[in-house]
Design a protein around this ligand. Structure first.
Ligand SMILES: [Mg+2]
Length: 233
């Protein structure tokens, strides 16, 4: 095997996640439709959300704090209690949503786990990410599970060092160029980008990064891709 480990991002790589945020944002914009266009409302929420990541990190509870902040701002400090109550109800719905696996996840992990140790690397709030990992039913496929605050080259380097893995024999698979691809290429490892239809704008990058990464249309193509790499090496 040419890899000592193949690592996967979780949200929107193994299971659907962004749709929860998209639905919540549409509901939020609906609450302010009489004073603000949907576009302007969502743009302001997005700005507040991206700004607050540095304070609250990623995840639903962070997102909800930003929605409350946006609601107060858009209402000129006059947001009624029903609006805040509705936002909090949205949070509970999001936190208790079922984990919906992306097509082909089980077969893909099953095939690859027979060839190579697998790792899960997800960023976010551990109190949100750990239950999703448990409820996904996928835990058994992973030798290592890492929940990190941010996905930077330093964070990836530290994980590899701790697990005794070499970058040149490490492959990361994910849907975010910003989090799963660029920092992995920066430490000299390989990456496979599997685009997701509805990726949060924060995870996009302005320019397509130049580097040695491969784009696959879906997860089902991954075992064949790894097989081909092994034949070619
Ligand atoms: Mg992701």
């Amino acid at each position: 095997m040419i890899f000592d480990a193949i690592a996967f991002d979780a949200d929107d790589t193994l299971w659907d996640n962004e749709y929860l945020y998209t639905q919540a944002k549409a509901r939020f914009a609906g609450m302010f439709s009489d004073c603000c266009s949907q576009e302007a409302c969502l743009q302001r929420l997005e700005e507040i959300e991206s700004h607050n990541v540095r304070y609250y990190g990623y995840g639903i509870k962070s997102f909800i704090l930003s929605m409350i902040e946006a609601a107060l701002e858009l209402s000129g400090g006059q947001a009624p209690a029903e609006v805040i109550t509705s936002i909090l109800a949205t949070a509970r719905q999001m936190l208790s949503a079922d984990v919906l696996l992306i097509d082909g996840v089980g077969e893909t992990l099953e095939a690859l786990a027979q060839r190579c140790p697998l790792m899960l690397i997800t960023k976010g709030d551990p109190s949100e990410q750990r239950p999703k990992i448990l409820h996904s039913g996928l835990s058994g496929y992973f030798r290592w599970v890492e929940v990190v605050h941010e996905k930077t080259p330093e964070v990836y380097r530290a994980i590899l060092e701790r697990c005794g893995l070499r970058p040149e024999r490490f492959l990361m698979v994910g849907n975010s160029l910003r989090s799963d691809i660029l920092p992995v290429l920066a430490i000299g490892a390989r990456a496979v980008y599997i685009p997701y239809a509805d990726t949060w704008s924060h995870e996009l990058v302005d320019e397509d990064p130049v580097g040695e990464y491969t784009t696959l249309e879906n997860l089902r193509l991954l075992p064949g891709y790894v097989e081909k790499l092994m034949q070619d090496s």
